[in-house]
Each structure stands twice: as structure tokens, then as C-alpha cells.
Design a protein around this ligand. Structure first.
Ligand code: FAS
Ligand code: PHB
Length: 393
């Protein structure tokens, strides 16, 4: 048996776990990360593409923003497209801020490089972690290391950064957990392609055939999505069917501008809204997708994870350096206050922009009226802008 000690045991080396480790290290607080998958698997994930400015500033504070500023694309706004009508949401005009188009994959790569440069202890390819005594005085994580030896990692705090299908949330007794969920009757089929983007900003489209999103990773690499049925698997779609659906849904003005090609990646993401309360149990603190999921329509999942981590890192720092338990006590309530507002925005935008199989004629009119109101109202457009750019932390 190998016995290790640390201040914070972090479960998961996705954006939440890596960024938390970086922020803690910058405050002189040690941590150990345990990750189920290999480093290459984590680096191979294609996910989010838009960073709120608060996320960019957090990366800057963490000292890992150099490539983001060098290679990221600052955007002043995006387009909503509803049955052939276009409405631009001028985020910079309404909020004085931009968003940054910079892939989550790149952000994860930057964080791993920095953590490794600082010789952070990360146990990769470790699928058997178990959380013990999380509500006691000696929380610990047991797992098997690469040499096949059992390890016990004693910690003062355990950070559950292990995503929606991790183990941390499961460590909270069912009777203590309140769960809220909305599963949407559709998914997103995404394609990554080495072709220039159709437009210099993002376009979110609601067409009677379904939702479509034209995004990007750079000026030479595009990311597109189309709404697909819940039961769909990637093999149900050929790339030609994908391009045809995308071009149709973007309409006669924009569709023909799409430069098609063979995909670098093609995947389906299910859409759900989910929140687990509380985000703390004893010495276990949840951050990111382990505690909540949003439909990607509002580009919030990754950004919400960053907001949790920024708050948790600050609370741990106050507790460790000033013995202030209050900061840890307030973490869950304060984090959830922002989580629910972001859940609302993501649900709102998803409801406005997708075709719902079960929608009645009345609900379809409500969707049209919502778009028509947004298009005609500075106040409604400003509300979308301030949510999209990111609510205050
Ligand atoms: P993550 O899920 O990213 O990371 C959790 C980590 O914990 C993983 O590395 C996992 O391997 C590890 N782990 C799990 N169980 C473990 C265990 N038992 N032991 C140890 N480690 C364990 N957000 C957007 O804003 N826009 C998007 O377009 C978008 N697209 C998405 C597409 C998909 C398919 C998914 C799943 C999510 C998408 N998201 C998107 C949301 C996504 O970006 C998340 O919000 C973000 O990855 C959250 O980061 P983490 O909280 O670190 O969770
Ligand atoms: C992406 O580029 O992957 C992306 C952008 C905006 C979203 C969702 C996904 O709302």
C-alpha cells in the first residue's frame, strides 16, 4: 500500500480539474489529480468553442492564456436566424465586452502543458478511484497506480471535477441530493472540418426542419451542428446528409456559402438541463459538469465550469490561508445562485431555437412571437447579449 497526502484531491482532469489545480498552485496550495482516461483521450475530446470574457480573464489570472490571446478569435456578436429572418446580437455594443472563440480542446492542452511544466501530480488512466470518509475528518481517495499498487490518498478536501458520469456526485447520499432534469427530445450532430467558416461570426438558425449552428475554431477550421433525433447515432448520417441539412437550415442566403468537405470529426451530443443540489457534502465539493449540465445552445457548459472553479479555488484559499470555514460553507449556495441563472438562459435559447416534435401549433406561434419580440426589442436583445457574454461571477 502506497500512502500519499495532499491538501486537495481532484477527481477528473477535464477543464474543471485542471484549472482548479492551476489556481490552487498559484495560491501555493498543493493538489493531486486522478483521471480515469489517458492523457491522449482527454486531449482528443472536441467540445466547447466559445469562452466568456470572464473565462478568458480567469485563464489570464491563472497564467495560461498566452495561446488563447494569440490564436483565439475575439467576437463582437452573433446572428440569430429564424425562418429566413436574421437578427444580430451585438454583444460588444450592449455589454462593452467580447467573447473569445477558442476551442476547449486547446484550453485543455494549455492547462495540461502548464500543470506538467510545474510537475503537477496527475494519475492518468486510473479508472478505479473510490471516495472514502467524504463527510468525516479524514477524507481519502483509494485507487490503483500504474504499477498495480493500491494507493490511499489522504486529503483535506476532495474536489469532484469528474463530469456528468463521474463518481463524485454518487458519493452524496441519495437522501441528501436534490436533482432537477430536463432531457430535450433531440441532440446535436457536430462536424469539424478544415474549411474556412461561412461567416466571421457564429450563426444560430431555427428552420422548420430543425436547428443549425455555424461556428468555428479558426479562420481555416469550421465547427457545424445540426439538430438530430434523440435516438440517432452518427452512423445514421452520411456526411452528405449532414451538409444537405445544414445548407437547407441556414437558408438560401447563407446555405450556399458553406464550404463542405470531409469531416475531421463527427459526433452526437445529447441535450439536457440538469442540476444537482447541494454542490457540497462534507469535505466533497462538486464543480463543473459533475454538478450541472446545460444544453450547448448558449455556449455555457465550459464557462459555467470555470465559474464554479474560480469560486471554489477562492473559497479553498480563504479556508487554507485564513482558516475561514465560512467561504467553504457558502460555496454551494453562491455557486448554485449563478448556475440556475445560466440554466435558465441555456433553456430559454434552446426553447427558442429548436424544432420540438411535441410542440402544438400554439407553441410554434409562441416561438415565432419570441423571436419577433427579440428582433424588435433593444431590451430583449440586450438581455440575450449580457447572458451570452457571461453573467458576473
Ligand atoms: P468534463 O466531463 O470535461 O471532464 C471530467 C473529467 O473527469 C473527464 O476527463 C473524465 O474522464 C474524468 N472522469 C470521469 N469519471 C471519472 C472517475 N471515476 N475517476 C477519475 N476521472 C473521471 N459546452 C459548451 O459550452 N459548448 C459545447 O459545444 C459543448 N459541447 C459538448 C459536447 C459533449 C459531447 C459534451 C459531453 C459536453 C459538451 N459541452 C459543451 C460541455 C462541456 O464543454 C463541459 O461543460 C465541460 O467539459 C465541463 O468540464 P468538466 O467539468 O471538467 O467536465
Ligand atoms: C462550438 O463552436 O462548439 C459551439 C459554439 C457555440 C455554442 C455551442 C458550441 O453555443
Amino acid at each position: 500500500m502506497v500512502e500519499l497526502n495532499t491538501t486537495v484531491a481532484i477527481i477528473g482532469a477535464g477543464p474543471s480539474g485542471l484549472l482548479l489545480s492551476q489556481l490552487l498552485a498559484n495560491a501555493g496550495i498543493d493538489s493531486v489529480i486522478i483521471e480515469r482516461s489517458s492523457k491522449n483521450h482527454v486531449l482528443g475530446r472536441i467540445r466547447a468553442g466559445v469562452l466568456e470574457w470572464g473565462t478568458v480573464e480567469t485563464l489570464k489570472d491563472a497564467g495560461v492564456s498566452e495561446r488563447c490571446f494569440a490564436e483565439g478569435l475575439p467576437h463582437d456578436g452573433f446572428d440569430l436566424f429564424f425562418n429566413g429572418e436574421r437578427h444580430r446580437v451585438d454583444v460588444s455594443h450592449y455589454t462593452g465586452k467580447q467573447v473569445m472563440v477558442y476551442g476547449q480542446t486547446e484550453m485543455t492542452k494549455d492547462l495540461i502543458e502548464q500543470r506538467e511544466a510545474e510537475e503537477q501530480s496527475i494519475f492518468w488512466s486510473t479508472p478505479d478511484a473510490q471516495l472514502l470518509d467524504v463527510d468525516g475528518n479524514n477524507p481519502k481517495v483509494s485507487f490503483t497506480n500504474v504499477d498495480g499498487k493500491p494507493v490511499t490518498l489522504n486529503a483535506k478536501i476532495i474536489a469532484g471535477c469528474d463530469g456528468f458520469r463521474g463518481i463524485s456526485r454518487q458519493a452524496i447520499p441519495q437522501e441528501k441530493l436534490r436533482e432537477f432534469e430536463r432531457v430535450y427530445p433531440f441532440g446535436w450532430l457536430g462536424v469539424l472540418v478544415d474549411k474556412p467558416p461561412l461567416h466571421h461570426e457564429l450563426i444560430y438558425a431555427n428552420h422548420q426542419e430543425g436547428f443549425a449552428l455555424a461556428s468555428m475554431r479558426s479562420n481555416t477550421r469550421s465547427r457545424y451542428y445540426v439538430q438530430c433525433d434523440n435516438g440517432d447515432i452518427v452512423d445514421d448520417w452520411t456526411i452528405d446528409q449532414f451538409w444537405s441539412a445544414l445548407i437547407t437550415r441556414l437558408g438560401p442566403e447563407l446555405g450556399p456559402k458553406v464550404q463542405t468537405g470531409d469531416p475531421l470529426e463527427m459526433s452526437i451530443a445529447p441535450l439536457r438541463s440538469y442540476v444537482a443540489e447541494p454542490m457540497r457534502y462534507g469535505r466533497l465539493f462538486l464543480a463543473g459538469d459533475s454538478a450541472h449540465i446545460v444544453p450547448p445552445t448558449g455556449a455555457k457548459g465550459l464557462n459555467l465550469a470555470v465559474a464554479d472553479v474560480r469560486r471554489l479555488a477562492r473559497a479553498i484559499e480563504r479556508w487554507k490561508l485564513k482558516g475561514a470555514d465560512a467561504a467553504l460553507e457558502d460555496y454551494s449556495k453562491e455557486a448554485l445562485n449563478r448556475v440556475w441563472k445560466v440554466e435558465r438562459f441555456s433553456w430559454y435559447l434552446s426553447t427558442m431555437l429548436h424544432q420540438f416534435p411535441e410542440h402544438s401549433a400554439f407553441e410554434k406561434r409562441m416561438q415565432e412571437a419570441e423571436f419577433s419580440y427579440v428582433k424588435s426589442s433593444e431590451a430583449a436583445t440586450k438581455s440575450i447579449a449580457e447572458n451570452y457574454v457571461g453573467l458576473p461571477f
